[in-house]
Design a protein around this ligand. Structure first.
Ligand code: GLC
Length: 496
């Protein structure tokens, strides 16, 4: 009886108090292998360059990012980095030097892990015979940095296989330490195709994992870092709701579907955003003329100058269709190969920018050679040129076989270049078919080149209807792909 009375009186008292919601203060550390503007080879860099920045705008969040200190980070930034500390990290039976540098940029604290042997290399940042060892070192050095600098976060947010080992070390080896045990982890899959698989001989020799966690980390007779992280993390997220559903199936999961299904209860899909200040035709210094949704006239100049630059006839009445992509199979390039000649028999211009697998590179060189004056192919990764194409083209073709999120369709939209996409992954969540006054692009469902050609022709017809087309372009430009809304969803997830 007495107990019930107390509860009642406490309740009565608290009802009189004014309601204030106190936002919980949280410290979040992101780990990743690339982040714009320091080092960028793909979409991951865009995300790690813009999501932390958006979250850091909130005063209840303290945001840091830990990255490797690659030799190819430009001196313009490097000279501003401040040395903090150094120590030795165990990588299997070895002990390797790690230096830590610091730089605060756009309210985000960046920590860079220095080891010249691992990260000062010529050319690319991945694709070396010892990538497993390089990122095992990085993943462990990141945890040791946290301990050394006493910057224990509430949440450690790891991205892709290169940082998956951090979760495995944290949950499997650092757990005895109270401060580490309190850390919750998020593992984000940006692409399930790249899992970080290595021979079992690396298990203890290289990674130094204990036998007790072998059932989490081993898969199909290999060390599989992504699989280990999925099993051991608190939350698994991926970069679009549709992809979160797709990776439960073998067609998309590259062997991990049973693992995803087993861990389904901790799976979340949140669509990426883009940095709308970084990609803005109103201020972009790379493009030939500035414009906005309110006044798109500058886009015509961008088109004419692009045509001139690429040796295509300067015609305002012909649709320019652009493909800007890594030239790899999951981008759906086989569909384009299938219909390229049929498409080029129409009155169109086709522009391709990208590099990747040699077979595709050669094919696009060949087709540009055979259709001079109608098709241009630039086999390169070139940020400046990509912006000139995003702004100068009319249509953007992205028929991916699988697409975790995809950012190019959003960037193209921002520049008023209307996307044509296959309804998969993030393409399905970001681009809705145009019907009447609704929709922001052209879409098709099956992975079939005839279906694709059919909608490409629909898009060309729409383009020819000048009045309608202006409306479509403006509507597409106004689609909100900013991080603002999406960052809220991340915050919700962290609060869980
Ligand atoms: C990967 C995915 C791409 C996604 C990007 C950022 O590059 O392939 O779809 O947009 O990561 O999450």
């Amino acid at each position: 009886m007495a107990k019930a009375k107390t509860v009642k009186s406490v309740k009565a008292r608290s009802e009189k108090l004014p309601k204030i919601t106190v936002k919980e203060y949280k410290k979040i550390i992101f780990l990743g292998s690339e982040a714009a503007p320091f080092i960028a080879t793909g979409g991951l860099a865009d995300v790690l360059g813009s999501l932390p920045k958006e979250l850091a705008k909130k005063d209840n969040l303290d945001i840091s990012v830990i990255l490797p200190l690659y030799g190819n980070i430009s001196d313009e930034y490097k000279k501003q980095f401040r040395f903090l500390t150094n120590f030795y990290v165990s990588v299997g039976w070895r002990s390797q030097y790690a230096g830590v540098f610091f730089f605060e940029y756009q309210k985000v604290k960046f920590y860079f892990i220095d080891n010249e042997y691992y990260f000062k290399r010529e050319g690319n940042i991945y694709g070396f015979y010892d990538d497993g060892e390089r990122f095992a070192f990085f993943s462990r050095a990141a945890l040791d940095t946290i301990a050394r600098l006493n910057i224990y976060p509430d949440i450690l947010h790891c991205n892709d296989w290169q940082t998956a080992a951090s979760i495995i070390y944290l949950k499997g080896m650092y757990y005895g330490d109270d401060k580490f045990r309190r850390i919750k982890t998020v593992f984000t899959i940006h692409n399930i195709e790249y899992q970080g698989k290595f021979g079992m001989e690396t298990y203890s020799d290289l990674f130094g994992f204990p036998d007790s966690i072998m059932s989490f980390v081993e898969y199909d007779g290999l060390v599989n870092l992504m699989k280990g992280a999925i099993e051991m993390t608190d939350i698994v997220s991926t970069v679009s709701p549709t992809y979160a559903g797709e990776i439960k199936y073998p067609f998309f999961a590259h062997g991990l579907d049973p693992v995803i299904c087993r861990n389904e209860r901790k799976l979340v899909g949140i669509l990426n955003g883009i940095d709308i200040d970084y990609y803005d035709p109103k201020t972009d210094k790379s493009i030939f003329a500035k414009y906005s949704a309110a006044d798109i006239s500058g886009k015509a100049t961008c088109k004419a100058e692009l045509q001139k630059m690429l040796g295509l006839p300067e015609r305002n009445d012909v649709p320019v269709i652009a493909v800007i992509s890594r030239l790899v199979s999951h981008k759906g390039l086989d569909l384009i190969k299938d219909i390229a000649e049929r498409l080029l028999s129409e009155d169109v211009q086709l522009v391709i920018l990208g590099k990747g697998e040699i077979g595709y590179e050669n094919y696009f060189r060949y087709i540009a050679e055979s259709y001079q004056g109608k098709c241009a192919a630039i086999i390169a990764y070139n940020q400046d040129l990509s912006r000139k194409i995003y702004s100068g083209a009319d249509l953007f073709l992205m028929p991916s076989k699988a697409e975790p999120c995809g950012l190019s369709q959003m960037i193209a939209s921002r520049y008023g270049t209307v996307p044509i996409v296959r309804e998969t992954g993030g393409l399905n969540d970001s681009i809705k078919a145009i019907v009447g006054d609704m929709g922001n692009g052209f879409t098709f469902h099956d992975y079939n080149s005839n279906d694709m050609l059919y909608v490409v022709k629909q898009a060309i017809d729409a383009y020819r209807n000048k009045d309608e087309w202006g409306k479509i372009v403006r509507r597409v430009m106004k689609t909100d792909f900013s991080w603002k809304k999406q960052a809220e969803k991340y915050e919700e997830m962290y609060n869980k």
